[in-house]
Ligand binder design. Structure first.
Ligand code: 13P
Ligand code: SF4
Length: 322
């Protein structure tokens, strides 16, 4: 722990020296989620929507993004005057990588006039082709808000099917879906969740929108639970009378939940996002050290200005909606 503590101290010092803030996602390893006020490094910890809002309002010259590449890109799109640094460009995302701007153009040609909702888990060139973006927190409300009877929702197939179940029942609206999958959440199969439910029949089940649709149906029977975004999961636990929960989402969210609700018990099948885990304390320190040196370009998010501007519009629409 002394070695970690030393790195934390140096990061805190460098943030001040180099005028930097650190934004950290709930899926980061625990040491990257401790807030600055509590002696850690994070100036803001949140879900993808919260992080976008924080990035837009960041005042510091440098934003260090402890998250994945599409999140750091979104920060740059929203706050282009700042330097956005990602501690590792290996931090991708199976959803973002499943679709390109050219794919969306083909879809639009196939379904002319049908509005396109792009999940924030996409790269800038994909967002640039969309009418509006959404995160897992506002996807349902955004999809509901369109008058049209069809909607292209991309790229998450399972999330699309989960949204479709709700929306079709309420409005009859049909979602046209893409084949993208989150390599973490697709592993929460009915078998995995049902096995845990047999062992812990009193536990409520917490599943992210990105888990398979047949898992969701099973997860909510019996003691109940929630399907939703990371923030929905955190809020649900706070409001629930239950003391025991099975988590169907990224492993390190389990640490976040235990920290927030120490009196409750969380059963967490430990599936980690390999992309999120590319971001470490060591690499965060290296990125900070690189600021102002030749090495900084290794960490800096760069976007073509025309793509940035086109991607900004659907993100701004989403933020205005929220
Ligand atoms: P949230 O929008 O809930 O932060 O989700 C981000 C993500 O990557 C889910 O896998
Ligand atoms: Fe992408 Fe899934 Fe990792 Fe989130 S958890 S960054 S959706 S691969």
């Amino acid at each position: 722990i002394a070695a970690l503590q030393e790195m934390v101290e140096e990061i805190r010092e460098l943030k001040r020296e180099k005028n930097a803030v650190i934004l950290s996602h709930f899926y980061m390893s625990p040491e990257l989620q401790v807030s600055h006020a509590d002696g850690g490094i994070a100036d803001f910890v949140g879900d993808s929507l919260g992080l976008s809002v924080a990035a837009k309002g960041a005042q510091a010259d440098n934003i260090i993004f402890c998250g994945v590449k599409f999140m750091a890109e979104t920060a740059k799109i929203l706050n282009p005057a700042k330097q956005v640094l990602l501690p590792s460009f290996e931090a991708g995302c199976s959803l973002a990588e499943s679709i390109t701007g050219a794919d969306v153009r083909k879809l639009k040609a196939q379904y002319p006039g049908v509005p396109v909702v792009a999940y924030i888990n996409t790269y800038a060139e994909t967002k640039a082709e969309a009418d509006i973006c959404c995160t897992s927190r506002n996807a349902l409300d955004i999809a509901r808000s369109f008058d049209s009877d069809r909607l292209i929702f991309l790229p998450d197939l399972f999330m699309g099917r989960n949204l479709q179940t709700r929306i079709k029942a309420e409005t009859g609206k049909e979602l046209i879906l893409w084949e993208g999958k989150c390599e973490v959440h697709e592993q929460f199969t009915p078998q995995r969740i049902n096995g845990l439910k047999m062992m812990y029949p009193e536990a409520q089940v917490l599943v992210h929108w990105e888990v398979p649709d047949n898992t969701v149906a099973d997860a909510l029977t019996g003691a109940g639970g929630v399907v939703g975004s990371t923030s929905d999961i955190l809020r649900f636990v706070g409001e629930s009378k239950s003391r025991q929960f099975i988590l169907g989402s990224e492993c390190d969210l389990g640490a976040t939940l235990r920290g927030m609700y120490p009196e409750k018990e969380f059963i967490v099948p430990c599936i980690k996002c390999p992309h999120m885990k590319q971001i470490t304390l060591q690499r965060t320190l290296q990125a900070l050290r690189a600021i102002g040196t030749e090495a900084e370009q290794m960490y800096t998010v760069e976007l073509a200005e025309d793509i940035r501007q086109r991607a900004l519009l659907p993100i701004e629409r989403m933020l205005a909606f929220s």
